[in-house]
Write a protein that binds this ligand. Structure first.
Ligand code: ZN
Length: 282
């Protein structure tokens, strides 16, 4: 099942990805049009969607897609969660929980956007698998971690490196929260759609040139382990999202370093989910 935000309304996307079924109308108002609200009623929604006679839906344009999870109460982001990326960043791979920060909510956008580059910044890309929480998680065991995940989507943890790395301590959250710095989408794919949700290929290109290519099996702390370890500290709430970390190949780690520039097209893709397209301006 693919859950999207089409022009601000919750929609189910057909298997071929071309049509959208409006959930509020198809459910006679049982489920609200607000794409964020569905995670409060996730089990009931899944049950309804599995059994309902759905209409064939309407065609939609990719430009009509908004962030599938537009107003998460908590946005977690994980740093240094792939060994090769920790290496290129000049850090030791973490022994315990990798650094956890937030991308502030105003950074969230949909999958197809114009990305305004902060002037004078070193603006960089980080393709990431994003996990969406489907029910409240508190002190969950790793073996049960996937049970708390509604689905997966693609995220870009766009990062302005000068601000991020200015001392005396890094400013991960602010450096990664400029407006538009958290594109997500194109939709949330439920975990049952994947042969193995722990091993998905993720990649990103700039102007068609491959910059990052990795697999989520190389996450140092996997999705269910993140649910377990974060939920030891605080509750994860329905509709929260977790940016799980990026593989190697970011601009900061290249020789010479490379940053996003006016006119660049950044495309971020995860196998079995879809892609994000950011056109850079600035
Ligand atoms: Zn990141």
């Amino acid at each position: 099942m693919r859950i999207a935000n089409v022009s601000g309304r919750l929609a189910l996307i057909t298997a071929d990805g071309t049509r959208a079924v409006d959930v509020e109308r198809a459910s006679d108002g049982r489920f609200a049009a607000d794409p964020q609200a569905v995670y409060e009623h996730w089990d009931a929604f899944r049950e309804w969607a599995a059994g309902a006679e759905l209409p064939e839906g309407e065609p939609f344009d990719a430009a009509d897609l908004g962030a599938p999870v537009p107003a998460a109460r908590q946005i977690f982001a994980i740093g240094l969660n792939y060994r090769a990326h920790a290496d290129e960043s000049g850090f030791d791979a973490p022994e315990g929980l990798p650094p956890v920060f937030t991308k502030f909510a105003t950074a969230i956008t949909g999958p197809v956007t114009t990305l305004e580059l902060p002037e004078g910044g070193h603006n960089d890309w980080e393709v990431e698998l994003v996990a969406v929480i489907g029910k409240r998680a508190r002190e969950v065991a790793e073996a049960d971690g996937w049970d708390y995940v509604a689905g997966l989507t693609v995220g870009q943890d766009v990062s302005e490196r000068i601000g991020q790395l200015a001392g005396p301590a890094p400013q991960f959250s602010l450096g990664k929260s400029h407006p538009g710095f958290a594109p997500t989408g194109p939709w949330v794919v439920t975990t049952d759609e994947f042969d193995n949700p722990d091993d998905l290929e993720l990649r990103c290109t700039v102007n068609g040139e491959e910059m990052q290519k990795g697999r989520t099996r190389d996450l140092i702390v996997s999705v269910p382990a993140l649910v377990a370890r974060l939920s030891q500290v605080l509750p994860l709430l329905p509709g929260d999202i977790i940016f799980t970390g990026t593989p190697s190949g970011v601009g900061m780690g290249r020789k010479p370093q490379r940053w996003l520039a006016d006119g660049d097209l950044l495309v971020s893709t995860i196998e079995g989910i879809g892609e994000l397209r950011q056109t850079c301006r600035g």
